[in-house]
Design a protein around this ligand. Structure first.
Ligand SMILES: [Zn+2]
Length: 195
């Protein structure tokens, strides 16, 4: 089956940049999130993302979710899951989910106004979890060191890093696959909001 994955609209600008400007400092471009050692994710944020993807998956659609929060030194605290307004599409070519440019702009303003940044994007696939060419070409997370998680089987199973495919954006704007044991050293689930 040749699944098609498309994401329309512009990607979010750097978290350090005003949404009204595409300018970023050289420093933010270089460091980004690459120096993060730990990403703390409340179980509630995991559940909100997985429930959304499972829900739209029941109707045969891919789902998209964002983990956002604040960094504290080398630790990033995810404070909420943001579910963008999105359009799932099913066609003979497969399935895809799109987030339009107006919604990306709205999200960018929300992040900027609240001092939040986007650390990870998550989306579901009908079956296998992998980063498709379109996933590579049209990410919403664009900060170096940010993560992209692909959840298999329309998120029918409880969330697990063992099950999903995890990628991290490197300095050359390539999404590099990260093995589950390495992911487990970075991401920790927590029972509540930290810090
Ligand atoms: Zn995909």
């Amino acid at each position: 089956m040749n699944w098609r994955h498309t994401r329309l609209g512009r990607s979010l600008t750097s978290p350090d940049a005003s949404p009204h400007s595409t300018a970023t400092t050289a420093e933010s471009r270089i460091v980004g999130f690459t120096d993060l050692e730990r990403v703390l994710v409340p179980r509630s944020a995991v559940e909100v993302a997985n429930s959304h993807m499972r829900s739209v998956g029941r109707d045969g659609y891919e789902g998209f979710a964002l983990w956002i929060g604040r960094r504290d030194g080398t630790v990033f605290n995810v404070t909420e899951t943001l579910i963008p307004a999105q359009s799932g599409v099913r066609s003979e070519d497969g399935v895809c989910v799109t987030v339009n440019g107006d919604e990306l702009f709205r999200i960018n303003v929300y992040l900027y106004d609240h001092g939040l940044t986007l650390i990870a994007q998550l989306h579901s696939h009908p079956t296998d979890a992998y980063h498709s060419d379109t996933d590579d070409s049209f990410p919403i997370a664009t900060t170096v060191g940010a993560f992209s998680l692909v959840i298999p089987d329309f998120a029918r199973h409880p969330f697990s890093f063992e099950r999903c495919a995890t990628y991290r954006l490197d300095h050359r704007s390539s999404w590099v696959s990260i093995p589950p044991d390495a992911v487990g050293r970075i991401f920790k689930f927590t029972d509540g909001l930290e810090g």
